[in-house]
Design a protein around this ligand. Structure first.
Ligand SMILES: N[C@@H](CCC(=O)N[C@@H](CS)C(=O)NCC(=O)O)C(=O)O
Length: 228
């Protein structure tokens, strides 16, 4: 029997993973439909005008066409929060709520562009496509472009277990989703330089919701050994 919720996506997308982690944290059942967006087929452009994954379909609204679909991981996660409020993944206090949205945005834009374009594509995707991995680009990203972002996250953690307040939130999900792609590309966070961030990433990625994704995706993206 089909689940009420259907995720259209591709393995390896940190944005698709973000949605899958939210679904897992909330114990929501869903189906997964793989979509090749290179190039996006016409039926998919109809439900994702920006031609991007993920898209969520709520089959209780419509099973076909644009009705019942939501594009973009952020509105999808916000929808899931309303659909299944527990466990809450967005802080209820106003300032903490805005801080969590800020980290989500920071991860989806800053971390995503550095890690996606500077590491995941030139190393992991290149290898999958049978091309020569651009190790130099990955190395420059890890050694020069990511450290300021790591510094910022390290100072934001400030000894806390989570990025915002006392509980796990969308902020942690969005950030760790991107960090996992860095890991798949063979990168790691130097614990001597960023001790809080290194142990934070390890702890968040060990949660069952993330561990499930790691186990599933590591089959497709075994960590590269590029001596970065
Ligand atoms: N803001 C979007 C970003 C989604 C995104 O960039 N997805 C990538 C895959 S990781 C994609 O579909 N890229 C296709 C393209 O840019 O043509 C979200 O949060 O869902």
């Amino acid at each position: 029997m089909s689940a009420q919720l259907l995720v259209y996506g591709m393995k390896g997308s940190p944005f698709v993973r973000k949605v899958q982690v939210v679904l897992a944290e909330k114990s929501l059942a869903y189906d997964f439909q793989a979509v090749n967006i290179f190039p996006a087929p016409d039926w998919f452009v109809e439900i994702s005008p920006a031609k991007k994954i993920p898209v969520l379909r709520d089959r209780s609204i419509a099973t076909d066409g644009p009705a019942g679909t939501i594009a973009d991981s952020s509105p999808i996660c916000a929808y899931l929060e309303r659909l299944q409020p527990t466990p809450a993944l967005y802080p209820s206090e106003a300032f903490a709520y805005a801080r969590a949205l800020w980290f989500e945005e920071y991860a989806d834009s800053e971390l995503a562009s550095r890690i996606g374009l500077g590491m995941f594509r030139p190393l992991v995707v290149a290898r999958l496509l049978g091309k020569e991995p651009d190790v130099e680009r990955g190395r420059t990203t890890l050694r020069e472009h990511l450290p300021p972002l790591f510094d910022y996250l390290e100072s934001s953690l400030d000894g806390a277990e989570y990025l915002v307040g006392e509980s796990f939130s969308i902020a942690d999900i969005a950030v760790a989703s991107q960090l996992l792609n860095m890991k798949f590309a063979g990168g790691s966070i130097d614990a001597a330089k960023w001790p809080r961030l290194a142990s934070y990433a390890e702890r968040i990625l060990a949660r069952p919701s993330f561990a499930q994704c790691v186990a599933d995706e590591a089959r497709f993206f075994p960590a590269g050994d590029y001596q970065l």
